[in-house]
Ligand binder design. Sequence first.
Ligand code: ATP
Ligand code: MG
Length: 325
Amino acid sequence: MRAAQAFLRDLAYAAGDGPAALARFWPQALRYRYPRRHLVEAWTGEGAAFARYATPQGPVFLKYLPAGWRDPRAYRRLAREGRFLRDLAPGLPVAHAPLLDLALDRARARAHLLTRDLTGETTGWGALNSDSAREAALHDIVRLLARFHAHWAGPGQGALTGRWAWRPDEVLTQAQAIAGAAVGNEAPILQRAAQALPALLEAAPLVTLVHGDIHSGQVLWRDGEPVLIDYGQVHPSVPGEDLAHLLAVRLSPAERTRLGPALRNTYREALAEAGLSLSPAQVQAQERAGTALNLLSTAGQAGHSTGSGVQEALAFVMQAWNELD
Ligand SMILES: Nc1ncnc2c1ncn2[C@@H]1O[C@H](COP(=O)(O)OP(=O)(O)OP(=O)(O)O)[C@@H](O)[C@H]1O
Ligand SMILES: [Mg+2]
């Protein structure tokens, strides 16, 4: 009954000027802006729902929270992505889907964002059909990360204020909380990582924005050029957090051993090309700090999710950390 009421309230609200809550029924302002639209496809994911439309102004892509959802974490991610695309991305020299519309209502935890639909002009990781093509694509991804990091550590640094400011004290407090709550065999390893974190961050003194959830599904290719999507986890940090996320969380230990050295090289070269020169030792210090951060954040996620994906990710990053420790 409660859920049905929440659903109806969201619908009524979305029909007015609230954020969209259904793929087929848009808020008034959007209806006026795109009076002739045609729904092409709609689906619901884990953290949001999605719909693609054809309009006379071109194809558009809606990411929204479906009617009836009350998921503060999903709201926070969508709000973060929306603010990033609205406030920071316009100056970013990394290809992304430009924001067309954003609606945020924090009190009701409702949100939508509309971007250009890139489906017709791009292909994804799934279209790569050989190991060598996938390996080349991983190099594209680390180059993309390098350009993203060099921008926010350099010319974009001035924009990192307010909610985008780096607050290492908060990161350390959260790391301690995760390590303190850990139980079982992992607890002493997490506690050691949390204890080591201040020194690891001190050895990696570079602040940037990180994508925060980089993996092969977050990149689309347009005429061979990678486009970065899904900014729901963007936050200030050391660049090594993204590098370690890709290498230690998203690649298996065997893949990391095989591909890691060349990927680190590509990352370092692309950073230098984008104006940020780091020595191999400095990249290594970044990756160490980043591995500790990912170990703790993945353990934090595993604490409130039993999904096999998170457990596997935790096993991968635990192994990477043990190799460093
Ligand atoms: N602007 C866009 N144009 C075309 N396709 C897009 C666009 N944005 C996202 N997609 C597609 O939708 C998928 C999901 O989007 P996104 O990565 O932003 O959400 P997500 O948070 O990963 O979703 P989930 O919670 O379901 O994993 C992407 O993997 C991509 O295939
Ligand atoms: Mg995604």
